[in-house]
Design a protein around this ligand. Structure first.
Ligand code: A3P
Length: 308
């Protein structure tokens, strides 16, 4: 029955199907001297005078489905922030890392000296390689981590993969079939593993002090974005420039959208998708498995969250 209901739910949702998030790195190649005015990229566009390409001052390291896109777009409101257009996966994909720091820097936006550059690659948080490699690049970099209720995150993760598979005509399964194996919670399911925040955080804390990782409450960001953005401004030592009129609630989308530079924009339709109703017994199993991990995470970060 649960299976049938899930299928009906997703058939209704097919009209929301959206392309997977852009993961491909930018393809524009640049000459080695990256100072504006002394080089042009091969596509012929000259960089704005006075700008240059610089390695990021801050990275949004995850978590996948935590609200990373919303955080990046909202930070982009700030005049002293320049955000990277694409996810780079520099530190977690060996084939990218092998291309070297110059290749990585080339993928950053042109920015003015007073601006800070921010990129986001949500896969970093759960990557065993990323913390050590990021520290090797810049041990004083400021890291941003946006987290939401880990059980909710599992469902969001499932929903994204579900739609990606539909798009590429691959078979799909009801979430209960993935969450449960032989009557017990399937802890080998990748979406569950990504929600073990304590496991991943422990790895980051081996390479960075807690003060260098600012945690954004992704659940709060959904309902009340401004205070979370103001905390990020303070963490990044930016002057306060993001204000309440930069946000408006869009009834149709059911989420806050952004008003900046005379333009209004909501996130892509793949952000803020309806989730399937999960069988309550299965959801309980998932929540009770995550509970201990959540408490261990609270101890690590010396802070609590309203996760069920
Ligand atoms: P859902 O689509 O499951 O609701 P990420 O960008 O890391 O993939 O995170 C996607 C999540 O960002 C969405 O998950 C949504 O809940 C959340 N989000 C937070 N603020 C949002 C906003 N203003 N508009 C759309 N989605 C937002």
């Amino acid at each position: 029955m649960a299976c049938f209901l899930a299928s009906v739910f997703f058939l209704v949702l097919q009209s929301y199907a959206a392309p997977p998030e852009l993961l491909q790195a930018a393809v524009t190649l640049h000459t080695l001297d990256l100072e504006a005015g002394t080089s042009a990229n091969v596509s012929g566009d000259l960089p704005p005078p006075g700008t240059s390409k610089r390695a990021p001052h801050s990275i949004i390291i995850g978590v996948r489905k935590g609200g990373t896109r919303a955080l990046l777009e909202m930070l982009d409101i700030h005049p002293e922030v320049a955000v990277a257009a694409t996810e780079v996966h520099f530190f977690d994909w060996d084939e990218n890392y092998a291309k070297g720091f110059e290749w990585y820097r080339d993928l950053m936006p042109y920015s003015y000296p007073r601006q800070i550059t921010v990129e986001k690659t949500p896969g970093y948080f759960t990557s065993p390689l990323a913390p050590e490699r990021i520290r090797a690049m810049n041990s004083s970099i400021k890291l941003l981590l946006i987290l939401r209720d880990p059980a909710e995150r599992v469902v969001s993760d499932y929903t994204q993969v579900y739609f990606n598979r539909l798009e590429s005509h691959k078979p799909v399964q009801a979430i209960e079939n993935l969450l449960v194996r032989n009557g017990a919670l399937n802890t080998r399911y990748k979406a569950i593993h990504r929600s073990l925040y304590d496991v991943h955080m422990r790895n980051w804390l081996r390479h960075f002090p807690l003060e260098q990782i600012h945690i954004v409450d992704g659940d709060t960001l959904i309902h009340d974005p401004l205070p979370e953005l103001q905390k990020v401004e303070r963490f990044l030592n930016l002057p306060p420039r993001i204000v309440s009129s930069n946000f408006y609630f869009n009834q149709t989308k059911g989420f806050y959208c952004i008003r900046s530079d005379g333009r209004e924009r909501c996130l892509h339709e793949s952000k803020g998708r309806p989730h399937p109703a999960v069988n309550s017994t299965v959801l309980q199993k998932l929540r009770s498995y995550l509970r201990e991990h959540n408490h261990s995470f609270y101890r690590l970060v010396k802070r609590t969250f309203d996760w069920q």
